[in-house]
Design a binder for this molecule. Structure first.
Ligand SMILES: [Fe+2]
Ligand SMILES: [Fe+2]
Length: 281
């Protein structure tokens, strides 16, 4: 089974060349499913959702989408508090269809919040209710079906003690480890990674996809090709610049999607990738 794991397409600041290349790869290679782990838009504007919906609906594959922090109303605070997911769910209903993969289920886990008791609301948060919802879905799977948990924020990150990227993430990972999920796939940080996190209940594989937007962090636009068989999952980070996968994978989960830079260094200009025709097979 091949699943193309895309993330952070960020319509409003999308990279048209990267999107065209990814759509062509999907049309040519016909993966069994496409899993998009959030941040469909830049500012959750109606026109951005409409553009994302049109692009996703034109893909020649069954698709799942998760909600990202950029998909909650940004300018309309009233709507953000009273109906934070209405815009996203309207699009999700037009995009998703039943995914029928033998022995494998994509289980969503929500990591976004309309507000948090901290200044940075872009960070993740796994509420008890959201975790219970995902755990119930996993526990209800037919015998022998394995779960690939899909969420927007990586559930843990390195080097940010006290300002955790995702609150409740460690607890969630421990519960998922007990259920021996195949992996947790996510986005948000705009670089790809493939790591194993140790919890008290055992290890959990964490796989992150980069971005197909112009909002790149330290690697060119990319998506992950996940190949699933009896041995587990293999990850190939596909990118227009043909950078080998080991060089595309960052060694730790970064704190956010901002480009890394030295102290005092000005913010780097947006890096444009060269437009290259996709290889013909
Ligand atoms: Fe993002
Ligand atoms: Fe995000």
């Amino acid at each position: 089974m091949r699943i193309f794991h895309l993330s952070d397409i960020h319509f409003g600041l999308e990279d048209r060349a990267a999107l065209d290349w990814a759509a062509a790869a999907i049309a040519r290679e016909r993966p069994d499913a496409v899993a998009i782990t959030g941040d469909l838009t830049m500012r959750a504007r109606h026109r951005e959702f409409a553009a994302a919906c049109d692009w996703i609906n034109a893909l020649d594959a069954p698709v799942t989408v998760e909600v990202g922090n950029h998909d909650l109303p940004y300018f309309n605070l009233w709507e953000r508090f009273t109906a934070p997911y209405t815009r996203f769910h309207a699009i999700k209903a037009r995009i998703e269809c039943e995914i029928d993969l033998p022995g494998l289920a994509v289980v969503p886990l929500r990591t976004t919040a309309r507000a948090q008791l901290r200044l940075n609301w872009s960070k993740g948060c796994v509420t008890r209710a959201a975790l219970d919802h995902a755990l119930h879905a996993i526990d209800s799977l037919p015998q022998g079906t394995r779960a690939l948990v899909a969420c927007h924020h990586p559930l843990v990150e390195t080097g940010t003690h006290g300002t955790a990227l995702t609150r409740g993430g460690e607890r969630a990972l421990a519960e998922l480890a007990k259920r021996e999920v195949l992996a947790v796939i996510s986005g948000h940080v705009h670089d790809a990674f493939d790591l194993v996190h140790q919890t008290a209940a055992g290890p959990v594989r964490m796989i992150g996809a980069g971005t197909l937007s112009r909002r790149i962090r330290s690697t060119p636009p990319s998506f992950n090709m996940l190949t699933v068989d009896e041995a587990g999952i293999r990850v190939k980070v596909r990118n227009l610049e043909h950078v080998p996968t080991p060089e595309m994978l960052v060694p730790d989960v970064p704190e956010n999607a901002m480009p890394p830079r030295e102290e005092g260094e000005p913010v780097a200009p947006v890096h444009r990738i060269p437009e290259v025709d996709p290889p013909v097979h």
